[in-house]
Design a protein around this ligand. Structure first.
Ligand code: CU
Length: 176
C-alpha cells in the first residue's frame, strides 16, 4: 500500500514538472500585440517569439464570429482608423504576390487562417519563416512598425485575399 502511494506521488510530480518546463520557454515573448475590435474593445493578444528561422505567433482571442478568419501581418503599426485601414496592406517588403497557395513567394505577412470556435474563442500557434522581429529578413519592427489583423472571413490563399473587412487589429510592440 505504501509503495502504491509513493508511485502515485511520483507520477503526480512528473506530470506537474513536464508542462511547467514547457511553459517557461513561452513565459517571455519577444514582442506582443493587443488585439482590439472595431468598437475599441480588447479581444485578444498575439505573443511573438523569435525562432531560429523566423517567428512563432501565439494567438488568443475571444468574441470573434465562429469560423475561419484571415490572419496577416500588415505593413504599418497603426490601428487608429475605425476600419483599421491605417495598418495598410499586407507586409511585403520584398514585393512578391499575395497568397500562400499562389505561384512563387507570398507576401511576408501572409499567414495561415485561424479558427474561432462556437464560443468565439481563438487559440492558435502560427509559425513563419518569412518574418523576423528585428532581423535582416522582413523585420516586423521596421521604421513604421507592423500590426496583426484578423479578417471577417478566411483568406483564399490565392492572388486576391478575399478575406473581407478587418475585425481586429493589434500593433506589435517589443516586450519591455
Ligand atoms: Cu490582412
Amino acid at each position: 500500500m505504501k509503495q502504491t502511494t509513493a508511485l502515485v506521488a511520483a507520477l503526480c510530480a512528473a506530470s506537474i514538472a513536464g508542462p511547467a518546463l514547457a511553459q517557461s520557454e513561452m513565459d517571455m515573448p519577444d514582442a506582443t500585440a493587443t488585439l482590439s475590435n472595431t468598437d475599441g474593445e480588447t479581444v485578444g493578444e498575439v505573443q511573438l517569439f523569435e525562432t531560429a528561422e523566423g517567428i512563432l505567433a501565439r494567438v488568443t482571442a475571444e468574441n470573434i464570429e465562429e469560423g475561419w478568419h484571415g490572419f496577416h501581418l500588415h505593413e504599418i503599426g497603426d490601428c487608429s482608423a475605425d476600419d483599421f485601414s491605417s495598418a495598410g496592406d499586407h507586409y511585403a517588403p520584398d514585393g512578391n504576390s499575395h497568397g500562400l497557395l499562389s505561384d512563387g513567394p507570398a507576401h511576408a505577412g501572409d499567414l495561415p487562417n485561424i479558427y474561432a470556435d462556437a464560443d468565439g474563442n481563438i487559440e492558435a500557434d502560427v509559425t513563419s519563416t518569412a518574418l523576423t522581429i528585428n532581423g535582416d529578413m522582413a523585420p516586423i519592427m521596421d521604421e513604421d512598425g507592423s500590426a496583426f489583423i484578423i479578417h471577417e472571413g478566411p483568406d483564399s490563399y490565392g492572388e486576391e485575399a478575399g478575406a473581407g473587412s478587418r475585425v481586429a487589429c493589434g500593433v506589435v510592440e517589443v516586450a519591455s
